[in-house]
Design a protein around this ligand. Structure first.
Ligand code: MEV
Length: 306
């Protein structure tokens, strides 16, 4: 079986595309892919809760995005023309900023590696998922495929070795999901346009982002969670300034803070999607989760730094 981890970006989304650092963590959400023998012709695919018995040789609107990933990986791995069966299980919210597309590519890469005994190694699996992300997201920083492959709590800078961040103990967070307007490619494109139009102004925001992420690493390592929460709020302000938050997202952050969260911000590309709130004590986590229920499509209580 191949696994890919869902992630939350704690600090630095969007700015990470331009070479600035970011901090991200895997959660308990994941995608699992199992590949097995198929005696017929083609690639038979079941995706639990979505579709069953689809042959990926046949064009089909619903499976189109996944067919693209599969055929891209098969080409890269020189496995074109092989017949097999794929079974997918996923509990990462889809299209919500939690890295579900990277997770499925990583899980598929690992499952192909196992079934065809390719001996790919982690770096190659991550690189294959990056190629798939390029198809969907245009100019990804690489943070999603990296987290989906390696998991953990990491400091990420484009093109550099990842650095694991050590925390005293796992930290409770709440994730709340709302509807998303626009996909990652559009949102990243919109920010890029804004940056190009007014580079000088954007550079000032980049320097602020760099400061926030640097301080966040230290506060995580020092277990200074009050300060960490404040940095999340500051990061959310920056995301609002670059235009990727929405009124509904700001409202969600406000609710979380009113319920006692130490900090709250959107996570991922924005335009709606997911918000994360810092809620160290279990009781607080429950209270914040409950407060968010009414305005959310889904509320998840989870931990980072596990
Ligand atoms: C998407 O999960 C994170 C973005 O920063 C894009 C990227 O880093 O590729 C918005």
């Amino acid at each position: 079986m191949g696994i890919g981890y869902g992630k939350v970006i704690l600090f630095g989304e969007h700015f990470v595309v331009y070479g600035l650092p970011a901090i991200a963590a895997s959660t308990d959400r994941k995608t699992e892919v199992v590949i097995s023998e198929f005696n017929g012709e083609g690639i038979l695919c079941d995706y639990e809760g979505r579709w069953e018995g689809r042959n990926l040789l046949e064009e089909d609107e619903e499976t189109e995005w996944f067919r693209k990933i599969v055929f891209l990986l098969l080409k890269e791995l020189e496995l074109e023309g092989k017949s097999f069966k794929i079974q997918i299980k996923n509990n990462i919210p889809v299209g919500a900023g939690m890295g579900s597309s990277a997770a499925i590519s990583v899980a598929l890469g690992r499952a192909l590696d196992e079934f065809f005994e390719l001996g790919l190694g982690e770096e190659r699996v991550s690189e294959l998922a990056f190629k798939a992300e390029e198809v969907f997201h245009g100019t990804p920083s690489g943070i999603d495929n990296t987290l989906a492959t390696f998991g953990g709590l990491i400091w990420f800078e484009k093109g550099k070795e990842i650095e694991k961040i050590g925390v005293k103990e796992p930290i409770n967070i709440v994730i709340a999901r709302i509807e998303r307007k626009g996909n990652t490619k559009e949102l990243v494109g919109r920010v890029r346009e804004k940056r190009e139009k007014n580079l000088e102004e954007f550079r000032l925001l980049e320097e602020k982002a760099r400061g926030i992420v640097g301080n966040a690493k230290k506060t995580l390592e020092d277990n200074n969670l009050d300060e960490l929460g404040k940095l999340m709020d500051e990061n959310q302000k920056l995301l609002r300034e670059i235009g990727v938050s929405t009124e509904e997202m700001d409202e969600l952050c406000e609710i979380a803070l009113k319920e006692g969260a130490l900090g709250a911000k959107l996570t991922g590309a924005g335009g709606g999607g997911c918000m994360i709130a810092l809620t160290p004590e279990e009781e607080l986590q429950g209270k914040v989760a409950k407060g968010l229920e009414e305005k959310s499509l889904e509320v998840i209580k989870t931990k980072i730094g596990v």
